[in-house]
Design a protein around this ligand. Structure first.
Ligand code: ADP
Ligand code: ADP
Ligand code: ZN
Length: 214
Protein backbone atom coordinates (compact mmCIF):
# COMPACT_ATOMS: atom_id res chain seq x y z
CA UNK A 1 0.00 0.00 0.00
CA UNK A 2 1.41 3.37 -1.03
CA UNK A 3 0.04 6.30 0.97
CA UNK A 4 0.73 10.03 0.79
CA UNK A 5 -0.04 12.32 3.72
CA UNK A 6 -1.19 15.80 2.72
CA UNK A 7 -2.05 18.74 4.95
CA UNK A 8 -0.65 22.00 6.31
CA UNK A 9 2.42 22.05 8.52
CA UNK A 10 1.21 20.87 11.93
CA UNK A 11 -1.95 19.19 10.63
CA UNK A 12 -0.85 15.92 12.22
CA UNK A 13 0.74 14.14 9.23
CA UNK A 14 3.76 12.87 11.16
CA UNK A 15 1.70 11.77 14.17
CA UNK A 16 -0.68 9.75 12.00
CA UNK A 17 1.96 8.49 9.57
CA UNK A 18 3.90 6.88 12.44
CA UNK A 19 0.77 5.14 13.72
CA UNK A 20 -0.22 3.86 10.26
CA UNK A 21 3.34 2.67 9.65
CA UNK A 22 3.31 0.68 12.91
CA UNK A 23 -0.12 -0.77 12.24
CA UNK A 24 0.57 -1.74 8.60
CA UNK A 25 4.25 -2.67 9.02
CA UNK A 26 5.44 -0.38 6.24
CA UNK A 27 8.11 2.35 6.43
CA UNK A 28 7.30 5.96 7.31
CA UNK A 29 9.32 8.24 5.04
CA UNK A 30 9.43 11.87 6.17
CA UNK A 31 11.45 14.25 4.01
CA UNK A 32 11.57 16.73 6.92
CA UNK A 33 13.14 14.02 9.13
CA UNK A 34 15.61 13.14 6.37
CA UNK A 35 16.70 16.78 6.07
CA UNK A 36 16.95 17.21 9.86
CA UNK A 37 19.11 14.05 10.09
CA UNK A 38 21.37 15.48 7.37
CA UNK A 39 21.65 18.79 9.22
CA UNK A 40 22.54 16.95 12.43
CA UNK A 41 25.20 14.88 10.66
CA UNK A 42 26.67 17.96 8.97
CA UNK A 43 26.23 16.74 5.38
CA UNK A 44 26.35 18.96 2.31
CA UNK A 45 22.66 18.25 1.64
CA UNK A 46 21.89 19.28 5.23
CA UNK A 47 23.71 22.59 4.84
CA UNK A 48 21.83 23.36 1.62
CA UNK A 49 18.44 22.36 3.04
CA UNK A 50 18.92 24.31 6.29
CA UNK A 51 19.12 27.68 4.54
CA UNK A 52 15.63 27.15 3.13
CA UNK A 53 14.09 25.45 6.16
CA UNK A 54 15.15 28.23 8.54
CA UNK A 55 13.19 30.73 6.44
CA UNK A 56 10.12 28.52 6.26
CA UNK A 57 10.68 28.09 2.51
CA UNK A 58 10.64 24.83 0.59
CA UNK A 59 13.87 23.08 -0.28
CA UNK A 60 14.21 23.15 -4.11
CA UNK A 61 12.58 20.25 -5.95
CA UNK A 62 15.88 19.05 -7.43
CA UNK A 63 17.24 18.39 -3.91
CA UNK A 64 14.16 16.41 -2.91
CA UNK A 65 12.90 14.35 -5.86
CA UNK A 66 15.90 12.07 -6.51
CA UNK A 67 16.27 11.46 -2.80
CA UNK A 68 12.69 10.19 -2.47
CA UNK A 69 12.72 8.24 -5.73
CA UNK A 70 15.87 6.40 -4.50
CA UNK A 71 14.40 5.81 -1.06
CA UNK A 72 11.18 4.18 -2.32
CA UNK A 73 13.19 1.72 -4.40
CA UNK A 74 14.86 0.24 -1.33
CA UNK A 75 14.00 -3.28 -0.23
CA UNK A 76 11.91 -2.29 2.81
CA UNK A 77 9.50 -0.42 0.49
CA UNK A 78 8.51 -3.57 -1.41
CA UNK A 79 5.13 -3.82 0.33
CA UNK A 80 4.44 -0.11 0.34
CA UNK A 81 5.26 3.00 2.36
CA UNK A 82 3.87 6.21 3.75
CA UNK A 83 5.23 9.46 2.39
CA UNK A 84 4.97 12.31 4.92
CA UNK A 85 5.86 15.77 3.65
CA UNK A 86 6.41 14.67 0.05
CA UNK A 87 5.21 15.61 -2.51
CA UNK A 88 4.85 19.29 -1.59
CA UNK A 89 4.75 20.81 -5.09
CA UNK A 90 3.21 19.81 -8.42
CA UNK A 91 6.66 19.07 -9.96
CA UNK A 92 7.38 16.72 -7.01
CA UNK A 93 4.05 14.94 -7.55
CA UNK A 94 4.84 14.60 -11.24
CA UNK A 95 8.31 13.22 -10.49
CA UNK A 96 6.79 10.63 -8.15
CA UNK A 97 4.12 9.71 -10.67
CA UNK A 98 6.71 9.29 -13.43
CA UNK A 99 8.91 7.07 -11.22
CA UNK A 100 5.92 4.90 -10.27
CA UNK A 101 4.56 4.74 -13.84
CA UNK A 102 7.93 3.45 -15.00
CA UNK A 103 7.42 0.35 -12.82
CA UNK A 104 3.68 0.01 -13.42
CA UNK A 105 2.67 1.29 -9.99
CA UNK A 106 0.58 4.12 -8.55
CA UNK A 107 -0.27 5.85 -5.30
CA UNK A 108 -3.19 4.13 -3.55
CA UNK A 109 -4.31 6.88 -1.16
CA UNK A 110 -3.57 10.59 -0.74
CA UNK A 111 -4.94 11.48 2.68
CA UNK A 112 -5.54 15.17 3.30
CA UNK A 113 -5.70 16.07 6.99
CA UNK A 114 -7.68 19.31 7.21
CA UNK A 115 -6.97 21.83 9.97
CA UNK A 116 -7.75 25.59 9.75
CA UNK A 117 -4.78 28.01 9.87
CA UNK A 118 -5.72 29.57 13.26
CA UNK A 119 -5.67 26.18 14.82
CA UNK A 120 -2.25 25.42 13.33
CA UNK A 121 -0.57 28.49 14.84
CA UNK A 122 -1.61 27.40 18.35
CA UNK A 123 -0.70 23.81 17.75
CA UNK A 124 2.82 24.52 16.54
CA UNK A 125 3.72 26.62 19.56
CA UNK A 126 3.09 23.53 21.69
CA UNK A 127 4.87 21.02 19.46
CA UNK A 128 8.06 19.56 20.90
CA UNK A 129 10.49 17.38 18.97
CA UNK A 130 13.04 14.93 20.34
CA UNK A 131 16.65 15.77 19.41
CA UNK A 132 17.51 12.06 19.52
CA UNK A 133 14.87 10.14 17.58
CA UNK A 134 12.66 12.84 16.06
CA UNK A 135 9.51 11.75 17.93
CA UNK A 136 6.99 14.59 18.25
CA UNK A 137 4.86 15.53 21.22
CA UNK A 138 2.55 18.35 22.23
CA UNK A 139 2.76 20.06 25.61
CA UNK A 140 -1.03 19.84 26.06
CA UNK A 141 -2.41 17.28 23.59
CA UNK A 142 0.33 14.65 23.69
CA UNK A 143 2.67 15.25 26.64
CA UNK A 144 5.64 13.06 27.56
CA UNK A 145 5.53 11.04 30.78
CA UNK A 146 8.44 13.05 32.23
CA UNK A 147 8.50 16.74 31.28
CA UNK A 148 10.92 17.48 28.42
CA UNK A 149 12.24 13.90 28.19
CA UNK A 150 11.44 11.69 25.18
CA UNK A 151 9.31 8.63 26.06
CA UNK A 152 10.99 6.63 23.30
CA UNK A 153 14.71 7.34 23.72
CA UNK A 154 15.18 9.51 26.82
CA UNK A 155 16.76 12.46 24.98
CA UNK A 156 15.63 16.04 25.55
CA UNK A 157 12.90 17.85 23.63
CA UNK A 158 13.14 21.13 21.76
CA UNK A 159 10.84 23.64 20.07
CA UNK A 160 11.94 23.50 16.43
CA UNK A 161 13.29 26.84 15.18
CA UNK A 162 10.85 26.73 12.28
CA UNK A 163 7.90 26.21 14.67
CA UNK A 164 8.18 29.77 16.02
CA UNK A 165 5.05 31.77 15.07
CA UNK A 166 6.72 34.06 12.48
CA UNK A 167 8.12 31.10 10.55
CA UNK A 168 4.89 29.11 10.86
CA UNK A 169 3.07 31.98 9.11
CA UNK A 170 5.51 31.82 6.17
CA UNK A 171 5.16 28.05 6.04
CA UNK A 172 1.37 28.35 5.88
CA UNK A 173 1.62 30.82 2.99
CA UNK A 174 3.97 28.44 1.17
CA UNK A 175 1.55 25.59 1.88
CA UNK A 176 -1.43 27.42 0.37
CA UNK A 177 0.56 28.53 -2.70
CA UNK A 178 2.54 25.41 -3.51
CA UNK A 179 1.15 22.36 -1.72
CA UNK A 180 -2.61 22.86 -1.69
CA UNK A 181 -2.78 22.46 -5.51
CA UNK A 182 -1.93 18.79 -4.89
CA UNK A 183 -5.45 18.30 -3.57
CA UNK A 184 -6.80 18.83 -7.09
CA UNK A 185 -3.97 16.78 -8.56
CA UNK A 186 -4.88 13.71 -6.47
CA UNK A 187 -8.63 14.32 -6.74
CA UNK A 188 -8.24 14.03 -10.52
CA UNK A 189 -6.44 10.72 -9.99
CA UNK A 190 -9.30 9.53 -7.76
CA UNK A 191 -7.13 8.72 -4.76
CA UNK A 192 -7.85 11.72 -2.53
CA UNK A 193 -9.56 11.26 0.84
CA UNK A 194 -10.17 14.05 3.37
CA UNK A 195 -10.10 13.73 7.14
CA UNK A 196 -11.12 16.30 9.76
CA UNK A 197 -7.82 16.92 11.55
CA UNK A 198 -9.37 18.99 14.36
CA UNK A 199 -10.65 15.80 15.99
CA UNK A 200 -8.70 13.88 18.63
CA UNK A 201 -5.61 11.98 17.46
CA UNK A 202 -7.41 8.67 18.05
CA UNK A 203 -10.46 9.70 16.01
CA UNK A 204 -8.30 10.97 13.14
CA UNK A 205 -6.45 7.64 13.22
CA UNK A 206 -9.63 5.56 13.13
CA UNK A 207 -11.00 7.66 10.24
CA UNK A 208 -7.78 6.98 8.31
CA UNK A 209 -7.89 3.25 9.02
CA UNK A 210 -11.41 3.19 7.63
CA UNK A 211 -10.29 4.95 4.43
CA UNK A 212 -7.39 2.60 3.79
CA UNK A 213 -9.34 -0.46 4.89
CA UNK A 214 -6.77 -1.51 7.50
P1 ADP B 1 5.94 19.73 8.94
O1 ADP B 1 5.81 18.28 9.32
O2 ADP B 1 5.71 20.61 10.10
O3 ADP B 1 5.08 20.11 7.77
P2 ADP B 1 8.41 18.93 7.80
O4 ADP B 1 9.21 18.30 8.85
O5 ADP B 1 7.66 18.06 6.86
O6 ADP B 1 7.42 19.96 8.50
O7 ADP B 1 9.28 19.91 6.93
C1 ADP B 1 10.14 20.88 7.50
C2 ADP B 1 10.79 21.70 6.40
O8 ADP B 1 11.59 20.83 5.57
C3 ADP B 1 9.82 22.36 5.42
O9 ADP B 1 9.36 23.61 5.90
C4 ADP B 1 10.70 22.50 4.17
O10 ADP B 1 11.63 23.58 4.31
C5 ADP B 1 11.52 21.21 4.20
N1 ADP B 1 10.87 20.14 3.42
C6 ADP B 1 10.40 18.95 3.90
N2 ADP B 1 9.88 18.20 2.90
C7 ADP B 1 10.01 18.93 1.76
C8 ADP B 1 9.66 18.72 0.40
N3 ADP B 1 9.03 17.61 -0.01
N4 ADP B 1 9.95 19.71 -0.49
C9 ADP B 1 10.58 20.84 -0.12
N5 ADP B 1 10.93 21.10 1.15
C10 ADP B 1 10.66 20.17 2.10
P1 ADP C 1 2.78 17.58 10.82
O1 ADP C 1 3.64 16.36 10.62
O2 ADP C 1 1.60 17.61 9.89
O3 ADP C 1 3.58 18.83 10.77
P2 ADP C 1 2.55 16.70 13.62
O4 ADP C 1 2.09 15.30 13.51
O5 ADP C 1 3.96 16.93 14.00
O6 ADP C 1 2.16 17.53 12.28
O7 ADP C 1 1.59 17.46 14.65
C1 ADP C 1 1.79 18.85 14.97
C2 ADP C 1 1.57 19.06 16.48
O8 ADP C 1 0.18 18.89 16.80
C3 ADP C 1 2.33 18.07 17.36
O9 ADP C 1 2.70 18.72 18.55
C4 ADP C 1 1.29 16.98 17.66
O10 ADP C 1 1.55 16.32 18.89
C5 ADP C 1 -0.01 17.78 17.68
N1 ADP C 1 -1.17 17.04 17.14
C6 ADP C 1 -1.20 16.13 16.13
N2 ADP C 1 -2.46 15.68 15.91
C7 ADP C 1 -3.26 16.35 16.80
C8 ADP C 1 -4.67 16.31 17.08
N3 ADP C 1 -5.51 15.53 16.39
N4 ADP C 1 -5.10 17.12 18.07
C9 ADP C 1 -4.26 17.94 18.77
N5 ADP C 1 -2.92 18.00 18.56
C10 ADP C 1 -2.43 17.22 17.59
ZN1 ZN D 1 13.47 10.41 21.26
Amino acid sequence: MKIIMLGAPGAGKGTQAKRIADKCGIPHISTGDIFRANIKNGTELGAKAKSYMDKGALVPDELVCDLVVDRIQQKDCENGYILDGFPRTIPQAEALEAALNAIGQKVDFAIDIEVPDDNIINRMAGRRACVGCGATYHILFNPTKVENVCDVCGEKLILRDDDKPETVKSRLTVYHDQTQPLIDFYTERKVLAEVDGTQSMDKVFSDILEIIGA
